[in-house]
Each structure stands twice: as C-alpha cells, then as structure tokens.
Design a binder for this molecule. Structure first.
Ligand code: IFM
Length: 471
C-alpha cells in the first residue's frame, strides 16, 4: 500500500461508505490517523506497584496518609495495589498486545534512594528491567519522576515546605538519569504540582493532609523549584531524551453572564492553570492569585523564577472535566454544579469541549509554549466483569468525544504530539481507593486477574488498523 495521505484516508475502515457505526474509530480525516501521533497509556508507581515493604523501599507520604483512619475510602492503601512490582512482565505483554505505542509510568523515589541519598540497587534494577523490556517491545517510554510518593523521611523534615526538598529532588533526578539514560524517551519532572500543593497543603485531601493556603503557595514554589533544578541535571545526563513537566488543567465556566461570574470563572482558571503555567512560561506567579489568596505570596529567592522559566521540550497536559462557577460574593468563586449534565463515577462532568478550549487558550496566552502531549485523559466508571466481558460504553463514548475535541485543537493550530489514556488498568485512585475504576483493563483485586475492557479492545483495534495502513 502506498504510504501517502490519500491511502490512509481510503483505508480507514469506516471510510468505505455508509454511516459510521464503529463506536470508537476516529473519522478518516482525524489527525489521530497520523502514524507520528503517539498513542499510549499511563500509570503511576504508588497506584499500581504495591510491594511497599520490599527490596528496601522506604515509606512514602502516601503510605502514611492512607494508613490514617478516615483519609481514604474504605481504608484502602497502595500496599498491594495491582501487584505490578511482581507482575510487570505480564503487564508489559498486556500493553504490547494492545498495540499501545507508548507507556507513561512513574518511578518511586522511596524505592530507589535511602535516607542518605545512596542508591538502592534493587529498586533501580526493577525500573531498569521494566524499561529494557519496554524498549525490546518498541514502546516509547515517558517517565515521571514525581507522581506524589515523597519519601516520608523528607516529609518529616518539612516536605515541600522545606526548600531543601527541591535540592534532594535534583539529586534523585541525577541518580535516575545516570542509571536509566538511553532507556527513557521523555522525562517529566513532576506530575500535577497543583494537586501536590493544593490538595496536599491547602485542603488536605491528599498527602500530607495539611490545610493552610500559605503552605500551598510555598509548597508550589518549592515543587516548581525542584523541577527547575532537575532540568539541567536531566539534560546533562541524558541529552537525547525530551524533558518536560505534567500539569493538570481545569476549565472553569461562568454560571451567568454577569461580570462577577465571568471574573469568578477567570479566577478559577488562574488558580488551577496559571498558578503552574505562568511561572513556567512567563517566569512569574499570576498576581491575581493573591487577590484570591491575600498575603499568601511564597518566599521566592533571587534567580528562582528565571530557573523555573527555562525552556522545555514538551508540556504534558492532563484534562478531565469542567467546573461551573459563580462569584462567592467576595473576591472568590464557588462551584455551582450544573443539573442534567453527563457525569462520571467521580461525579466529574463530561465536557470534551473544555479540552479544545483550554488548548487553544494556552496557545494564545503562552507564546513560547512547547509541543504538548495529553499525558492523561479518561474517566472512572463502575465497571463489572460479566461473563468474562466488561462493556464500558460510557468510556468508549468519552474517549471518542475527547479525541474529537483534541483533533479540533490540532486543526486550529495547537501542536499536540500524542495522547495517553488514564489509565492502562484500574488502580489505587488516591483518596477514593479502589472503588473508582479508570482503566481500559479491569483489575480484580482479589485475584489480580486483568480483563481487557471493551474500550481497550476498540483502542487496540484502531491502533492495529492504523499500523496496518502505515505498512
Ligand atoms: O489517578 C489520577 C492520577 O494519579 C493523576 N491524575 C488524575 C488521575 C485521576 O484522578
């Protein structure tokens, strides 16, 4: 088959004429058919690995937090999770069998370094073996260094409130990039610093469970500093890989057309998005944030903002839902949940347009925006295995609509290079434990049986069709 655009279009299964009946396959003119558009799935260490006391792994803040009564639904913890630490070979086979081209994983800091900063060989070997196997299978590897499992001994010295933690993070990045260089295609320093800072330090819904807005802004500054200090280290040790960071972003829409509600929606997005993206791409915190949170400016030392503003090779964007907001009557916003809209098991509104709207907005706001990867997108549903099958109809429709919105953003000129499903498999969903299922593969936590859901089958079918066309 000729490898040109017309051949690609003609061979798309649904392009043979007649109505489009496949519940997932993107339309023939979608950018997703481009072979260089990377499609993969994501996971994170604490959510899947288990084996928290094995091979010298130290406790993390999530071990502590989840062991605290009342913090996690049903008292669940990540102690066993998907037992991926022992089942990684089977899980790599699963990924490869699905035809996924890329895998985004995170490494657990407490697994690879002791309290004095010395390497833990057994922990490092686990990631080496895993990444080597992924390379053998020709799977592109995105590795996130920090997906929330801070070593507890660093928390005991102040965690992200202590500037020292940023320097320790750079040491950790140094170790990982010296040990794993050549096996990682793209490094992300942090996953969703907004969640670490806001959920962890302002509202206490994530580890370490603190509730002070000034802590949150200071923790955010030290997280971004950690990112900034790690970047040159990663560049020096592993020059061929890409380096970036992953931000979760939220769409805020006004409850009415009043000036106060429109301002509330703006403030929502400043607090969710600009708090992270302005320092990275403008070298400053958005001053409006401190209208919302008066006297909560972090302590910033000379030179920090220039470092945080250093160029990146990519930006990872995680998108899930929108929030409808109104003015709270003062300088802030309050959520006004919309009636009659589609929601997921998390209660999050399904709003694919938000993805397009945000991406186009970021392109306009940040002139030096690097290429983007959607590093997470997906939804939770109460999936059940019935007669060996999992019919996750809502997820299929969710993914299809979000991919269509993404395609629109790409056609509007946003440079998006890839998309990762959250998640490869059901896993420990933080404060919600195991009840919320985000995977395209179902996990039975009693038997650790993996069952590919219908969504997984359809994504796989699309990737195989796309691959066949590129031959
Ligand atoms: O499970 C999380 C993930 O760890 C970070 N991003 C959002 C996902 C769904 O809540």
């Amino acid at each position: 088959m000729e490898n040109d655009a017309s051949a690609v279009v003609a061979a798309a299964p649904h392009a043979q004429g007649g109505p489009h009946t496949d519940p997932f396959t993107p339309p023939a003119d979608s950018s997703l058919w481009r072979k260089d558009f990377l499609i993969g799935a994501a996971t994170a260490s604490y959510q899947i690995e288990g084996a928290v006391n094995e091979d010298g792994r130290l406790p993390s803040i999530w071990d502590t937090y989840s062991a605290t009564p009342g913090k996690v639904l049903a008292g669940d913890t990540g102690a066993v999770a998907c037992d991926h630490y022992h089942r990684w070979e089977q899980d790599v086979d699963l990924l490869a069998g699905l035809g996924l081209e890329a895998y985004r994983l995170s490494t657990a800091w407490p697994r690879v370094m002791d309290e004095k900063g010395a390497p833990n060989r057994k922990g490092l070997d686990f990631y080496k073996r895993l990444l080597e196997r992924l390379k053998e299978k020709n799977i592109t590897t995105f590795v996130t260094l920090y997906h929330w499992d801070l070593p507890q001994h660093l928390e005991d010295r102040g965690g992200w409130l202590n500037r020292e933690t940023a320097y320790r993070f750079a040491d950790y990045a140094d170790l990982m990039s010296r040990e794993l260089h050549g096996l990682v295609d793209a490094w992300a320093t942090l996953n969703e610093p907004w969640c670490s800072a806001y959920l962890g330090y302002c509202v206490g819904r994530h580890a370490p469970g603190l509730t002070n807005v000034r802590f949150a802004t200071q923790a955010m500054h030290h997280l971004l500093l950690a990112h900034a200090l790690a970047l040159p280290v990663l560049r020096a040790n592993d020059p061929r890989s890409h380096k970036g960071i992953v931000a979760n972003v939220g769409r805020g829409t006004p409850n009415s057309d009043s000036a106060a509600d429109r301002r509330a929606a703006e403030l929502f997005e400043i607090q969710h998005n600009a708090w992270v993206l302005d320092p990275l791409f403008k070298g400053e915190y958005p001053q409006d944030l401190f209208e919302l949170w008066p006297r909560a400016e972090p302590l910033v030392l000379d030179g920090d903002m220039q470092k945080i503003n250093a160029p990146l090779d990519f930006l990872g964007i995680n998108y899930y839902f929108r929030t409808n907001v109104a003015s709270d009557g003062g300088a802030g916003f309050t959520e006004v949940p919309l009636e009659g809209v589609e929601r997921t098991q998390m209660g999050w509104e399904v709003y694919p347009d938000g993805l397009r709207e945000l991406l186009i907005g970021f392109k306009k706001t940040y002139v030096n925006l690097p290429p983007i990867y959607i590093t997470e997108n997906g939804m939770a549903s109460n999936d059940q295995v019935i007669d060996g099958r999992v019919e996750d109809t809502q997820r299929i429709s969710f993914l299809k609509r979000h991919l269509a919105a993404l395609d629109q953003a790409i056609k509007a000129g946003v440079d998006v290079r890839g998309y990762f499903l959250w998640s490869l498999m059901d896993n420990f969903e933080w404060a919600f434990g195991y009840e919320r299922r985000f995977g395209i593969v179902h996990v039975d936590y009693k038997t650790q049986q993996r069952t590919i859901k219908r969504s997984g089958e359809l994504v796989s079918k699309f990737l195989k069709d796309r691959n066949a066309q590129a031959q």
